[in-house]
Ligand binder design. Structure first.
Ligand code: ATP
Ligand code: MG
Length: 174
């Protein structure tokens, strides 16, 4: 059992130091009293570090990175009349969002593949294409889930950024 804040906070400290070089800002929102998570701590640390590293790497100078944690509640659908919503926490989610280059739809389906690099493969941004493959593997091993979202980019080439969400199992008792 572990507090997600104890994993995220040190990562934010080192990300903030790196972000300074590119005048990027890193924000973290971690509510208090989140349920404890049932995870492999070093593995989760590596996953988050890979994703935050990507966010810094694939966001131009002056951009922002947000890390948010929250609770996902079990919605009772059994009897719609006496809905008692938000009763039981189901899992915890962490979302990492950046204002970076975004991921085009062709790359979006493949970013979790081993050794796959997107359009950045043709740039001077270094990488091996392994970070996200490892992340997905580790998250699934702890019965979690990871998804990527990057809004379609318009012809005007407005960069809308990328968002990764991770869902993690929680401990039964708070
Ligand atoms: P490394 O093994 O060093 O992590 P990498 O960053 O290229 O190399 P992944 O982390 O697996 O590999 O990411 C795969 C690809 O997904 C990247 O090459 C990049 O094209 C794209 N990508 C990942 N994160 C982002 C992001 N936040 N914004 C834009 N593109 C991203
Ligand atoms: Mg990477």
């Amino acid at each position: 059992p572990c507090h997600v804040a104890s994993i995220i906070e040190p990562l934010i400290v080192s990300a903030t130091a790196i972000a300074q070089e590119k005048q990027q800002q890193v924000f973290a929102t971690i509510p208090e009293n989140l349920p404890l998570i049932k995870v492999n701590i070093p593995a989760l640390r590596e996953v988050l570090s890979n994703i935050i590293d990507n966010a810094l790497k694939y966001t131009p100078a002056g951009g922002n990175i947000w890390v948010k944690a929250g609770v996902v509640f079990l919605q009772s659908t059994a009897s719609k009349k006496k809905i008692k919503k938000n009763t039981k926490p189901e899992c915890l989610d962490i979302t990492i969002t950046d204002t970076g280059y975004g991921i085009n739809s062709a790359d979006l389906d493949r970013v979790f593949e081993r050794s796959y690099r997107g359009v950045q493969a043709n740039t001077d941004i270094p990488g091996t294409g392994l970070g996200l493959a490892i992340a997905k593997e580790l998250i699934e091993k702890m019965q979690g889930k990871i998804e990527v979202y990057s809004p379609p980019q318009s012809d005007s080439e407005i960069k809308t950024g990328t968002s990764f969400t991770i869902w993690l199992p929680i401990c039964e008792k708070l």
